[in-house]
Design a protein around this ligand. Sequence first.
Ligand SMILES: [Zn+2]
Length: 169
Amino acid sequence: MTTKFEHGPNWKEREQTNLIVIHSSLTPATRDDGIEYLRSRHMRQGCIEVGYHFVIRRNGVIEQGRPLHATGSHCGDRDFDSIGICMIGGGDNKHKAKGPDYTSAQMRTLAYVCLTLIRIYPEAEVVGHNRTTPSTRCPVFNVADWWVELSLNLKTLNHAEHPYNFPLK
Ligand SMILES: [Zn+2]
């Protein structure tokens, strides 16, 4: 007998992917939070699952939230055409934006994830949450500058050296 949730919720498919939105958990850099923490935070707010598609832990390990094809719940009226990635850190113990304190392992994983997603969705643009919602400081770093810098330094990223497999589902 199969249980109701054995195959997860029936996700609403995303029909377009125009934005890859980077977020911050706004948690202290000293805390090793991950997807379990964000899942319970979002579910307490009434979500059926964590709102992001990917979470990048302090050690650079990537965790998958919603399936890639599913509509997320992370940036309001742009949920319908975006993928959400959350970086752990960036905040103080009151969940206020503090500053860009991400580890180099996290930034490297973020680069690989974004470059992989751009290959799948070539028309998508990589932006920070503060692009779609100017009132927020999330993700607490300048995504536009980072992306330009990354594009100029692609040669330094050697995919074979990356220790984590990108979990596409
Ligand atoms: Zn955000």
